[in-house]
Design a protein around this ligand. Structure first.
Ligand code: KDG
Length: 311
């Protein structure tokens, strides 16, 4: 079995260096919250596998080649002969403002089913990592996500959930109705401050959400604070860790890097403080490089920005 199994939709991301409406060159990259996490873990030497559907064309081939090159297991990937690749346009509108536009409705990735994930899940994993994006992309993908969480929890696999709210895919109310029950299967819940009330009742404040999640059996709640670092809550209390002071050039993918760092520390058996250290270290690598995951460290590079072996 692998260390971490993850599932979702991989996107072909087309990045502009200026306003999209003006045209000009686009560069092609692999994107997708779960593939970002899998790559982050594979770079650190963990066995990570991703399950999803890709288009049966050159774009699907691109996705698979990128994942293989990064050492992510793709045995469970299905090629969908009937549907196109999901696209994401990442527009650098100004140096400080990026905008996202999707073309993913009816994509191969959104056609994920329970049947697609059943085999890879049965093969086992130490951790199943899910994001709140997959249940937003289609009914079948939502069922597949719920099924995976349920099966994994029943099999004693640690379930990790990053809320990853995407306003372009669904409303906050729709997200809350799905993500709150989904979080009940998780041992690790990761959210930014403004996402917390999507895994609890509307309007619940941070202590309230944390109390509710810990009461429902979640072991660790991680609150991402961007440039202010992160807070972690367990039954033993709360911890805060500052971010690594760096020059941010591209924050897309920082949350996924944080998750990969945390899960890496979890797999290595680090204590909570060092897991957080590795999480914020990976976040720092992500924001100081362009691209969702391109700048993430190999294990021998973990201490480059911090001088600390945990990251
Ligand atoms: O976390 C980064 C992701 O947002 C990006 O890679 C694309 O998965 C993606 C999405 O659906 O927004």
């Amino acid at each position: 079995p692998v260390d971490v199994l993850t599932l979702g939709e991989a996107l072909v991301s087309l990045r502009s260096s200026g306003p999209l409406a003006l045209g000009g060159p686009l560069t092609m990259h692999l994107a997708g919250a779960e593939t970002n996490v899998a790559i982050g873990l594979a770079r650190l030497g963990h066995r990570a596998a991703w399950v999803g559907r890709v288009s049966d064309d050159e774009l699907g081939e691109f996705v698979l080649r990128q994942l293989r090159a990064e050492g992510v297991g793709t045995d469970g990937v299905r090629r969908d002969p009937d549907r196109p690749a999901g696209l994401m346009f990442l527009e650098r509108r100004t140096a400080d403002l990026s905008r996202v536009q999707y073309q993913r409705t009816g994509s191969a990735g959104s056609a994920l089913t329970c049947d697609d994930v059943a085999g890879p899940l049965a093969a086992g994993a130490r951790v199943l990592h899910l994001s709140g994006i997959t249940p937003a992309v289609s009914d079948s993908a939502r069922e597949a996500t719920m099924f995976a969480a349920r099966q994994a929890a029943a099999a004693g696999i640690t379930v990790s959930l990053d809320v990853n709210y995407r306003a372009r895919l669904w409303s906050r109310d729709a997200a809350r109705a799905v993500l709150t029950p989904l979080a009940g299967y998780a041992s690790i819940v990761i959210a930014s401050v403004d996402e917390l009330d999507l895994v609890a009742g509307p309007g619940t404040d941070e202590p309230g959400v944390v109390a509710e999640l810990l009461g429902r059996g979640v072991q660790t709640v991680l609150v991402k604070l961007g440039a202010d670092g992160a807070r972690a809550y367990t039954r033993d209390g709360a911890q805060h860790l500052a971010a690594v002071p760096v020059t941010a050039v591209d924050t897309v993918g920082a949350g996924d890097a944080f998750t990969a760092g945390y899960l890496s520390g979890h797999l290595d058996g680090l204590d909570l403080r060092d897991r957080l250290r590795r999480a914020v270290a990976l976040g720092a690598f992500a924001v100081t490089a362009h691209g969702d995951w391109e700048g993430l460290p190999r294990r021998d590079e973990l201490s480059l920005l911090t001088g600390n072996a945990a990251g």
